[in-house]
Design a protein around this ligand. Structure first.
Ligand code: GLY
Length: 435
């Protein structure tokens, strides 16, 4: 019997809730910033509140005799919820605030890889108010660059040369703008290649990879339009990707294992939770774009439904640092996840618009994100609304299942039709071959 506190209210937390509740002896207590109807249905009790209200979270955990907590999004990690729960004797799946710097401070991670000689970094430099005048020199000696504010930006602060700006002057102006709101800014050389997500579970000593996934950040078909939180994602039945060989997944896992060791060396603390590496396969091999200190959304929706091993048992093993004793297995199935989002998303989404779910095939899984359940139905609140995942023996079948379900939605919505299709996947394979 385990009493579990789940923090978060998105589709990622909906799939986490489902995975935890597969264990019939689990009681689920969910703390959400908005009432996700899918999570609410799976929960024994819910509390709505702000992730910065650590006292309210602690009281909710104490009242319900919670055994451990699972922290879904990055914001509560950054608020120090793991440290707060530890004060009352509750351990979490999720790192303490200082270790969540893996995600919340891009400079911490780049400098950690550099200090411990771990592969995967681009050429980079961290700038602050004291060395801002050196940016121009760095730009003169670099190819195309990426500018990253040093802190959480909800995925909206990273600017890429060629996409968001072109000239050196524009780059310098943006770095100065960032320094108005952040202590530092990282400027790094841009990688060319295909991105993939490798989400790993760790107790700080043992690191286990889940199947690699490819997310699609751009809003529109053909990987065009503005960046989003992720419009959909796919994974393959062989637990590789069509452009990614086993040696590449092994390399990404090796980097993550070295980073977990380096975190312990550097801080004297074990990182417990998810280390989600955003990697890219380039002509020079596997490189690291960034780490996140949590599961990806939508990538969690690809991997967790495939998990054959008891997820509560995995979480308990992470807490007592016995992950090495567990064999974690995933079904050998392909998955395609597609999000339905409000028209105008991400920059100017319609809000409080009703969505109706049509004839969803039985073999599709549905996860709620930014929706509000009212007496007369479901309303979108402005961000990604509902995720659908098709799971099948191969990607063609998985794509058809997801597409049929997502296109059955009625309302002011759109989705990407091309995610998981042969046409787009061939484009990605060709991209790698042509590098
Ligand atoms: N899928 C991108 C993210 O979760 O950050």
């Amino acid at each position: 019997m385990a009493n579990v506190l789940l923090i978060g209210s998105g589709a990622r937390e909906h799939v986490v809730a489902e995975s935890l509740k597969k264990n019939k002896d689990t009681k689920l207590y969910s703390f959400m910033k908005a009432n996700n109807p899918g999570i609410a249905k799976l929960s024994d009790k819910v509390e709505i509140g702000s992730y910065s209200d650590l006292e309210k979270i602690k009281s909710f955990a104490k009242e319900n005799n919670v055994d451990f907590a699972f922290i879904g999004p990055e914001d509560p990690l950054n608020e120090g919820v793991v440290d707060a729960l530890q004060e009352i004797g509750i351990e979490s799946i999720g790192p303490k605030k200082t270790l969540a710097k893996l995600e919340t401070s891009k400079s911490f991670t780049r400098e950690l890889l550099q200090k411990y000689n771990i592969d995967g970094n681009p050429k980079f430099k961290v700038f602050n108010k004291d060395n801002v005048n050196e940016i121009e020199n760095f730009l003169n000696e670099s190819n195309d660059i990426v500018i990253k504010p040093d802190g959480l930006t909800g995925g909206k602060g990273v600017k890429v040369q060629g996409d968001h700006f072109n000239t050196k002057e524009e780059a310098i102006a943006y770095c100065k703008e960032v320094l108005g709101t952040h202590p530092s800014v990282i400027v790094e050389e841009k990688f060319d290649g295909e991105e993939f997500s490798l989400q790993c579970l760790t107790d700080g000593k043992t690191v286990i990879a889940t199947p690699p996934v490819q997310d699609h950040k751009r809003a529109y078909d053909g990987d065009s339009g503005p960046n989003t939180g992720g419009m959909g994602s796919y994974s393959y039945e062989n637990h590789l990707l069509p452009f990614l060989k086993k040696e590449h997944v092994d390399k990404a896992l090796e980097i993550t294992k070295k980073v977990a060791d380096a975190i312990y060396e550097e801080t004297g603390e074990y990182y417990k939770g998810v280390m989600y590496g955003g990697f890219i396969l380039t002509k020079d091999g596997v490189k690291l774009i960034e780490y996140n200190a949590r599961f990806g959304d939508p990538e969690a929706i690809n991997v967790l439904p495939l998990l054959k091993t008891d997820f509560v048992g995995i979480c308990q093993a992470i807490i007592v640092q016995e992950l090495d004793r567990i064999k974690i297995e995933f079904e050998k199935k392909a998955t395609v996840c597609k999000y339905t989002v409000p028209k105008g998303y991400p920059s100017n989404p319609v809000k409080n618009e009703k969505v109706e779910i049509g004839n969803v095939p039985e073999n599709v899984k549905l996860y709620y994100a930014s929706v509000d359940e009212k007496e007369d139905g479901l309303y979108m609140t402005g961000s990604r609304a509902i995720a659908f995942v098709g799971i099948a023996d191969n990607i063609e079948k998985a794509e058809k299942i997801a597409e049929q379900a997502v296109s059955s939605i009625k309302g002011k919505v759109f989705h990407r039709k091309d995610i998981g299709t042969k046409e787009l996947i061939v484009k990605k394979v060709n991209h790698i071959e042509n590098l």
